[in-house]
Ligand binder design. Structure first.
Ligand SMILES: Cc1cc2nc3c(=O)[nH]c(=O)nc-3n(C[C@H](O)[C@H](O)[C@H](O)COP(=O)(O)OP(=O)(O)OC[C@H]3O[C@@H](n4cnc5c(N)ncnc54)[C@H](O)[C@@H]3O)c2cc1C
Length: 393
C-alpha cells in the first residue's frame, strides 16, 4: 500500500499573514520535504537518525537561517516565517524529521541569537547556518520538566570558568548533535538563578548516558546527558549570569509556536490522506467518504485545523509586532495540540484496520502527535499561563 503517500497531494492554504515571501518559503519547504524526506523517512525511522547530509543540504539552500539577521548570513525574518516553515515541514508526515530541524533552527538557535556576544555569534553562527554544527537545548531534568526552576544541575565558579555537575534528560538532537545550550543553576540561593552555557559535544565529562527509545518521533534522537565535573570557560557562558531563566522563558514562545506549526502541517496532511483514502475505499456500494458520519467528521476536523492555523499565525503576528503574545501562544499551544491529536484519532479510525498497521503513514503520524501536548509546555501548564492573564482587576 506504500502508505498512500504516493498519490496524495498536500493542499496549500493561503492566509492573510502569508506574504509572497512567506508563501515562497512555505512552497520551497513543501517541495523539499516531498522530494527529499518522504521517500527516505521510513529508513530514517528504522535507523533512529536523520542523516547529517540532509541537514547540510537544507543549510546550503538557506533553510536553516530564516530568523538569523542578514548581516550574519540569514534572511532576518520574524516569527511568521518560523510559523510558515514549521507548517510546511509538518506536511512531511515524518515529525521526527521536522523536530530535528526545528530544535536546531527555532528552539536552540534563538538562545544563541538573542543572547550571544559578537564573538560567540561570529564563532558559531556560520556553521549553525550551514548545518555543520547541529544544536540542542538542554533544560529538562529527570526531576524537573514543567517546573524549570526546580532544576538541580549546578554550575559553580571555578577559576576562569565554571564547573558543571548534573543530569539532563529528553534532549532532542543531543545524541548526534554538535553543541548543547545547557541551563544550570548558578545562584544557589535563588530558585530562578539559572545561567545558560555553550557546551560542545566531546567536552570532557559531558557524555550521552542513554539514547532514549521513544513511542514516536523515531528518527529524532533523544538523549539523557551526564555532566560529571565538566569545566567550561567564561567565554562559554551565554547571556547574563543568573538571568538564564528569564532569557529561556522569552524563547519559549517561539518553541511553542513551531510545535503547533508542525502539528498543523501534520494534521492537514492526515486530513488530506484520510480524505483521499476514504474517497477511494469501496464500501456499501459506494465509497467510505459517502457515509455522512465520515464526511461530516472530516469536515469538522478541517474546520478545527483551519481555526488552529489561523490562531497560530495570529499569535505569531502579535509577536512579530514586538508585542507580548504569551497568552495567545500558550492558548493555541494548549488547544491546538489537542486538536491535532483528535484529528489523528479520527484519521486512524477512518483508515480502519490498515490505520493500525506499521505500514501506514497515519499509524506513525498518530504516534508522533502524542508528544505535542506534553513537550515544550504541557497543556495544563499552558492553560495556567492563559488563566494567570485572565484574572480581572
Ligand atoms: C520526545 C521528547 C523530546 C524532548 N525534547 C526536549 C529538549 O530538546 N530539551 C528539553 O529541555 N526538554 C525536552 N523534552 C522535555 C519536555 O519539554 C518535558 O517532557 C515537558 O516539559 C514535561 O516535563 P516532564 O516530562 O518532566 O513532566 P512533568 O513536569 O512531570 O509533568 C507531568 C504532567 O503533569 C501535568 N502538569 C505538570 N505541571 C502542571 C501544572 N503546573 N498544572 C497542572 N498540571 C501539570 C502535565 O499533564 C504534565 O504532562 C522533551 C520531551 C520528550 C518526550
Amino acid at each position: 500500500m506504500a502508505n498512500h503517500l504516493a498519490n496524495f497531494s498536500i493542499m496549500t492554504h493561503r492566509n492573510v499573514y502569508m506574504t509572497d515571501e512567506l508563501q515562497a518559503i512555505y512552497d520551497q519547504t513543501v517541495d523539499f520535504v516531498r522530494a527529499e524526506v518522504m521517500p527516505k523517512g521510513d529508513r530514517w525511522e528504522d535507523e533512529g537518525k536523520v542523516p547529517r547530509e540532509i541537514l547540510r543540504q537544507m543549510g546550503s539552500l538557506g533553510m536553516l537561517g530564516l530568523r538569523v539577521p542578514e548581516e550574519q548570513g540569514g534572511l532576518g525574518l520574524g516569527p511568521l516565517a518560523s510559523a510558515a516553515f514549521a507548517e510546511a515541514l509538518g506536511s512531511s508526515t515524518y515529525a521526527g524529521f521536522d523536530v530535528t530541524v526545528l530544535v536546531h533552527t527555532d528552539m536552540a538557535a534563538p538562545h544563541l541569537l538573542n543572547s550571544g556576544t559578537p564573538e560567540q555569534l561570529e564563532h558559531w553562527m556560520p556553521n549553525v547556518l550551514s548545518g555543520e554544527t547541529i544544536l540542542s537545548i538542554a533544560v529538562s531534568e529527570p526531576d524537573a520538566g514543567s517546573d524549570v526552576a526546580g532544576m538541580r544541575t549546578k554550575a559553580v565558579k571555578d577559576g576562569d570558568g565554571w564547573r558543571i555537575n548534573g543530569t539532563k534528560t529528553f534532549i532532542t538532537n543531543a545524541v548526534y548533535g554538535d553543541m548543547t545550550i545547557l541551563a544550570a543553576k548558578t545562584d544557589l540561593d535563588n530558585r530562578y538563578g539559572i545561567s545558560m552555557f555553550l557546551i560542545p559535544a566531546g567536552t570532557e565529562g559531558f557524555t550521552v548516558s542513554t539514547k532514549l527509545d521513544k513511542h514516536g518521533w523515531r528518527c529524532s534522537d533523544t538523549a539523557e546527558l551526564a555532566l560529571d565535573d565538566v569545566w567550561v570557560s567564561d567565554d562559554q557562558l551565554l547571556g547574563t549570569v543568573h538571568r538564564g531563566f528569564y532569557e529561556t522563558m522569552r524563547n519559549f514562545q517561539n518553541e511553542r509556536m513551531v510545535l503547533v506549526g508542525m502539528g498543523v502541517g501534520a494534521a492537514q496532511a492526515a486530513i488530506d490522506l484520510t480524505n483521499s483514502y476514504t474517497q477511494d475505499r469501496p464500501a456499501f456500494g459506494g465509497k467510505l467518504f459517502d457515509l455522512g458520519a465520515i464526511r461530516q467528521r472530516m469536515a469538522m476536523n478541517q474546520a478545527k485545523v483551519d481555526a488552529v492555523r489561523a490562531s497560530m499565525y495570529h499569535a505569531a503576528w502579535i509577536g512579530e509586532q514586538g508585542t507580548d503574545n504569551v497568552k495567545e501562544m500558550s492558548g493555541v499551544k494548549a488547544w491546538g495540540c489537542e486538536v491535532v491529536n483528535q484529528v489523528m484519532y479520527d484519521c486512524v479510525q477512518f483508515h480502519g484496520g490498515i490505520g493500525y498497521m506499521r505500514e501506514s503513514a497515519i499509524e506513525r503520524m498518530a504516534r508522533d502527535a502524542r508528544i505535542l501536548p506534553i513537550g515544550g509546555g504541557a497543556t495544563e501548564v499552558m492553560l495556567e499561563e492563559v488563566a494567570k492573564r485572565s484574572i480581572m482587576a
